[in-house]
Design a protein. Structure first.
Length: 183
């Protein structure tokens, strides 16, 4: 249309802007094509994400609301019993049974470990038994502190008491000594 106007009017000012007009037109065309490509790519990624989400929800046997509630619950430092009850109500009876059974088995296993440690080390206190359990699991000082919510100085002092009660020298490996005594 612009070219037709130039030919009909033979205007010098229209001719001067012709190259600029063609550049702008070409730029808009290229950007338009690029935009179409990006939109199609985003649509495909969106379809893939929806498919992945559906598969994940199917595997978990949960809906979005249940997954969100579980994630929010797990982010809390100290969830209340009301938080726990709300989560259990949301996830359904089958999931409730699975979680309760899993936690029950975990607690039984943990208690069995602590009982075995208490039997092998009757001279140690309950908190020292817990530290021994974590040492036997291969946990490092920082991990033990994080799990138990204690300072490094506190855990180090407990480790010192354990060494002293077991008659170990500072050079002896505490984990190996605990493993040997557990046998």
């Amino acid at each position: 249309m612009y070219t037709l106007c130039i030919l009909i009017t033979d205007s010098l000012s229209l001719k001067n802007f012709y190259i600029l007009y063609l550049l702008v037109f070409a730029t808009i065309c290229v950007l338009g094509e690029r935009l179409i490509y990006v939109v199609k790519k985003l649509q495909q990624e969106n379809r893939n994400l929806k498919q992945d989400e559906a598969e994940l929800l199917h595997i978990l046997r949960m809906n979005k609301q249940q997954v969100k509630a579980y994630v929010e619950f797990s982010k809390k430092d100290k969830p209340t019993s009301e938080d726990t009850e709300r989560l259990l109500e949301l996830i359904g009876e089958r999931s409730q049974r699975n979680i309760i059974n899993t936690v029950s088995c975990y607690l039984t296993e943990k208690q069995t470990e602590i009982d075995q440690i208490a039997k092998a080390f009757p001279e140690l206190t309950a908190s020292e038994h817990e530290i021994c359990r974590l040492i036997l699991q291969g946990k490092k000082l920082g991990e033990i502190c994080e799990i138990l919510g204690k300072t490094e100085n506190n855990v180090t002092a407990h480790r010192g008491h354990i060494r002293k009660k077991l008659g170990l020298t500072p050079q002896e490996n505490l984990k190996k000594a605990l493993e040997n005594r557990m046998k």
